[in-house]
Design a protein around this ligand. Structure first.
Ligand SMILES: [Zn+2]
Ligand SMILES: [Zn+2]
Ligand SMILES: [Zn+2]
Length: 327
């Protein structure tokens, strides 16, 4: 496998084969008795089976060893897929879903995300650490055991790069954070708000790309997910996330969840340098995006050039608000 850069859009593409992780021989590789070579293990104070385990991906897209070895191929750019590819096993119980975990257990999963991001950002080769979760076969979930994934890359994922550039431009012009502006206006209008808890707000974004798209943001400005502001209560975030996902599962069989947060600003050169992102602490704002996959409306995923969303975000928010959040 190698990374190739599209010379027009400047986005990196992973090219080459990857073997599908299979569960057929020896059962689920993420059940407690199968998980050797742990990167991290977190337990609730009550101990017992409530724990979160982080493992290296059994068939990684990115390899931790070596140098990206960036080089030219004629006019093109390529590099080795150096990075980290880790699996966060959210529960020891094979059949338990993320949104069925207790709030404390979800806080523990988020603590595992936080610690891995903090640790991987110490490696200056990495420009960005992604946290994401694919739920359901339609979303490409790996294995049936509830898990999320952490990847560290030597390049910026395209969507995050767009967000960072746009947020920086907004700040330059208005000296305000675009995400704080969004939260304020949405809370004033109310028609796209789905639910709130403590400092956290869940809303259907104005230009939702897919039906029932939901963003979860904090009202308090912070650019880094892994460094919560003093007084932050992640239990409120866990409770809100749980209620949102329990609503979404009543209308969609699958979803993608992604945490968008600040890149590795310790990185010393290129787009990530402190010089380039010098206002990042003020202009960027971490958030969670949830993109449900509604089977019958999957058209919006096929036409990737322009998103077509058949359901207005205001209607989506209203429907989500009216669904039972504990069903
Ligand atoms: Zn399992
Ligand atoms: Zn903000
Ligand atoms: Zn985002």
């Amino acid at each position: 496998m190698e990374l190739r850069k599209d010379p027009i859009t400047r986005s990196w593409v992973i090219a080459g084969h990857r073997q599908e992780a299979c569960e057929t021989t020896g059962g689920c590789p993420f059940c407690p008795d199968k998980t050797n070579s742990k990167i991290a293990l977190l337990r609730l104070p009550s101990e017992g089976p409530s724990q979160v385990v982080v493992l290296p991906h059994p068939d990684p897209l990115y390899r931790i060893e070596g140098d990206p070895d960036r080089r030219a191929d004629g006019i093109y750019d390529q590099m080795q897929p150096v990075g980290a590819d880790e699996i966060v096993i959210e529960t020891p119980e094979h059949n338990c879903k993320f949104e069925d975990l207790t709030e404390d257990q979800i806080v523990l999963v988020m603590e595992a995300w936080r610690r891995r991001v903090e640790d991987l950002k110490r490696d200056l080769r990495f420009k960005y650490v992604s946290i994401y979760k694919n739920y359901g076969p339609l979303a490409g979930q790996e294995g049936s055991h509830s898990n999320s994934q952490i990847t560290a890359t030597t390049f910026m994922p395209r969507r995050v790069l767009y967000e960072l550039r746009a947020a920086r431009e907004w700040f330059k012009e208005k000296e305000r954070c675009v995400f704080c502006d969004i939260v304020k206006q949405e809370e004033r209008r109310g028609n796209r708000i789905v639910d709130t808890q403590g400092e956290y707000v869940a809303l259907c974004p104005y230009a939702s790309r897919v039906p029932y798209e939901v963003w979860v943001l904090s009202r308090r400005h912070n650019h880094m997910f892994e460094q919560p502001r003093p007084g932050t209560n992640r239990k409120h975030l866990a409770a809100l996330l749980r209620r949102i996902l329990r609503r979404i599962r009543q209308i969609a069989p699958a979803y993608h969840l992604v945490v968008h947060s600040s890149p590795n600003t310790a990185h010393s050169k290129g787009e990530n340098s402190l010089q380039y992102w010098k206002t990042i602490a003020d202009d960027y704002h971490w958030h969670i995006e949830i993109l449900p996959i509604v089977e019958t409306r999957s058209k919006s995923y096929n036409i990737k050039e322009v998103y077509y969303n058949a359901i207005l975000p205001e209607e989506a928010a209203e429907r989500l608000r009216n669904l039972d959040p504990i069903a």
